[in-house]
Ligand binder design. Structure first.
Ligand code: TXA
Ligand code: MG
Length: 315
């Protein structure tokens, strides 16, 4: 059920949960000051308690009430990329943030979203926690209808149109005197070079160790359909391909297209809709054309596809 900005505000300050648009993906929002609403987010999503939430702010000065000290380059990162698709994980003053939000970690994640509706809303409500507005493990929502598909027709949603980025924020974490990327996202690693003087390393979970980004432990973004990664397609093959509009595929295939091979922005923006489309149509298996460069935003696309695939095997 679509609600107005005023209704969204009233629901949130009264301790309800509302779906809110951001430029990355829709979020399931609760006020940081409403513990029961925060608990409800975990229940609604079926989200494990050990997966912390991002705190969304409307102004950078708000961070100062949660941290003792900014890590190096925090101000430069914030002034360059906020509002926007960057999340920064920092050590915090633990008692200032509910343990459920930070999953009992000594750190918390912060972001200032850019979407005008989320900005306006947060400036009225104060800090909101917002995980992506999808059932845990499923593809994220980039349109209000996706939220309805997951949480029902009566669930309150602030309609902000199609998310302009369509993929989650990039998450940076400061450790051992450097920022590193603990989740790939809408901002590419090279964008940080001019600000930091180095390109942050992409952290991969190490064998047997808990990942720095707890969400990386779980299968994610996954449709019911089995996804099979492929670079070639037999001439007599048939079925469904998630592919590109400027490529020719054998005639037996139906193609769900992610846009052109020259335009990764469009491909990441369309990804979750296409993955959700598979389930709407009850498609059991889809092949995915992964013949694209392993760089820039394509890396984010590759990572999402990898996590969404049942078996994660490149064929
Ligand atoms: O673009 C986005 O970031 C969206 C929109 C709604 O803002 N939000 C989003 O939230 O993607 P979620 O909950 O789906 O993913 C947040 C990720 C999780 O993988 C979580 O483990 C990680 O952020 N995270 C949150 N707090 C953290 C912390 N203190 N340390 C490390 N990772 C953290
Ligand atoms: Mg998510």
């Amino acid at each position: 059920m679509r609600v107005t900005l005023l209704q969204a505000y009233e629901l949130l300050i009264n301790g309800d949960v509302v779906a809110v648009p951001t430029e990355t993906v829709y979020g399931l929002a609760a006020s940081l000051n409403r513990p029961s609403a925060i608990d409800r987010i975990f229940q609604l999503k079926g989200r494990p308690q050990n997966n912390p939430l991002i705190i969304h702010l409307s102004h950078v000065s708000q961070v100062s009430s949660y941290v003792n000290q900014y890590p190096p380059d925090f101000e430069a990162l914030a002034s360059t990329f906020w509002p926007g698709a960057l999340t920064l994980v920092m050590p915090i003053i633990a008692e200032k943030i509910p343990a459920s939000v930070r999953a009992h970690l000594p750190t918390a994640a912060f972001r200032i979203p850019q979407h005008p509706l989320s900005q306006k809303l947060i400036s009225q409500t104060g800090p909101l926690v917002m995980p992506s507005a999808n059932l845990s493990g499923k593809p994220s929502s980039t349109h209000w209808k996706h939220v309805t598909d997951d949480f029902g027709a009566d669930f309150p949603i602030l309609d902000g149109g199609i998310c302009s980025k369509g993929v989650e924020s990039t998450i940076l974490f400061y450790q051992e005197e450097r920022w590193s990327i603990i989740r790939l996202g809408a901002i590419v690693p090279s964008a940080f070079l001019p600000i930091l003087g180095y390109e942050p390393q992409i952290e991969k979970p190490k064998n047997g160790e808990a990942p720095l980004c707890p969400g990386q432990m779980y299968r994610h973004y996954a449709p019911k359909a089995k996804l099979v990664m492929a670079k070639t397609f037999p001439i007599d093959g048939k079925g469904v391909i998630i592919g590109f509009s400027d490529r020719k595929y054998p005639s037996g295939y139906r193609v769900l297209n992610l846009g052109k091979t020259s335009d990764p922005n469009t491909s990441v923006k369309k990804l979750y809709s296409v993955l959700r489309q598979l389930d709407v149509e009850g498609i059991v298996t889809a092949e995915v054309d992964i013949d694209f460069p392993q760089e820039g935003l394509w890396l984010t696309l590759a990572e999402r596809l990898w996590k969404a695939s049942t078996q994660g095997v490149v064929a």
